[in-house]
Design a protein around this ligand. Structure first.
Ligand code: SF4
Length: 358
């Protein structure tokens, strides 16, 4: 396949995804990077990732911290979260992401509300810098809870659809009301209506997933008009039902190539959105996130979770081996003259309703 033959409709995207020609893949990454720089500039924005808890009420069939997996559980205290956010502010990261397993108990909800307010009150370390921006990634909540957290000061929310194909979604989740595809879609639209920059994303290279499914994921992002996307290769966890069922999935090499290709295609499809270069890329290749940036992504999320807790946020195999690689990644990007957008929220240009004075 030649780059000039690429069309950005479902058929063209599926053909590009299925194409394994290395020259095509390389040309696609180069073109996506060119489009990124021309549209939103070369900067990469940082989000300090704080994994607040690995306790989850859900049981997704692919997840290494699902409810039924036996693993040490933890929950960061408010003091630990605030201390970590202060480190992020001190390093001029601009934003933090509060991510954790899904919980809807009132004590947890109120704790998050208090934390959002406390993080917004942290004094910027340099005059003229905005207070930390806050992205939440805490799963499906009621509309009232989303409103409470938005009113407290959070302004971005990542809720991955994981697969936009309802049939595939049902194959990778338990068949019960807690794991309803329709409920997840409703949550995404609630977030958008409230005013969040509502991001989503899907796994790439899942068992049972076709090139057409991945093309549909890209079309779903476009139709939802997502201002930010966090997607990455499927990496199996050895103790999950999905892995133990033994259904085949693409090789590591293929999943890595697919991960980069989906970033590149999405950048061509939605040139002005924020796209994260996911940790799951780096599990498959030591230069994974750097190559994600060079394929069109513009956000990375250095993991700031205290190390003794981070080892138990084991969503998939080998994830926790990455704890030391973030500063070297930033150095590598800077050595390539890729500027880091320090001290900025780095909001999506696509999100026009939100004024971004920073
Ligand atoms: S994927 Fe998220 S919601 Fe599902 S079990 Fe894992 S942490 Fe919980």
């Amino acid at each position: 396949m030649n780059l000039s033959e690429l069309t950005l409709d479902r058929e063209g995207l599926a053909a590009a995804i299925a194409c394994e020609d290395a020259a095509f893949n390389e040309a696609l990454s180069e073109e996506a990077y060119r489009v990124k720089v021309a549209t939103i500039g070369p900067e990469v924005y940082l989000r300090g990732l704080i994994e607040i808890s690995n306790i989850c009420v859900k049981n997704c069939l692919y997840c290494g911290i699902r409810r039924d997996i036996r693993c040490p559980r933890y929950e960061l205290s408010e003091e630990e979260v605030l201390a970590t956010a202060k480190i992020a502010a001190g390093r001029h990261f601009g934003s933090v992401v509060i991510q954790g397993g899904e919980r809807t108990d009132p004590a947890f909800i109120r704790k998050i509300t208090r934390l959002i307010k406390a993080i917004k009150a942290i004094e910027p370390s340099t005059e003229g810098e905005p207070p930390l921006g806050i992205t939440l990634s805490l799963g499906e909540q009621s509309r009232e809870v989303y409103e409470e957290w938005f009113d407290a000061g959070a302004h971005r929310y990542l809720l991955r659809i994981e697969s936009s194909n309802p049939d595939l979604y049902r194959k990778i989740h338990p068949d019960d009301s807690l794991h309803s595809y329709d409920r997840r879609i409703k949550a995404l639209y609630d977030l958008k209506e409230i005013g969040y920059q509502a991001g989503t994303g899907a796994m790439i290279g899942l068992p049972f997933q076709s090139a057409e499914d991945m093309a549909d994921d890209l079309m779903f992002y476009k139709e939802f008009d997502a201002p930010m996307i966090g997607m990455g290769p499927y990496n199996p966890h050895p103790q999950t039902p999905l892995t133990l069922a033994g259904a085949p999935y693409p090789s590591e090499k293929r999943r890595f190539a697919l991960g980069l290709k989906m970033i590149a295609l999405l950048r061509l499809l939605m040139p002005d959105i924020n796209i994260a270069s996911a940790t799951s890329l780096e599990v498959l290749d030591p230069r994974g996130r750097e190559l994600g940036i060079l394929s069109g992504a513009n956000v990375i999320m250095p993991n700031m979770t205290p190390e003794d807790k981070m080892v138990n946020y084991n969503l998939y195999d080998r994830k926790t081996l990455l704890r030391d690689s973030h500063s070297s990644l930033v150095e590598e990007l800077e050595s390539k003259k890729i500027a880091i957008g320090y001290g900025q929220w780095g909001d999506s240009r696509h999100f026009r309703k939100c004024p971004d004075p920073f």
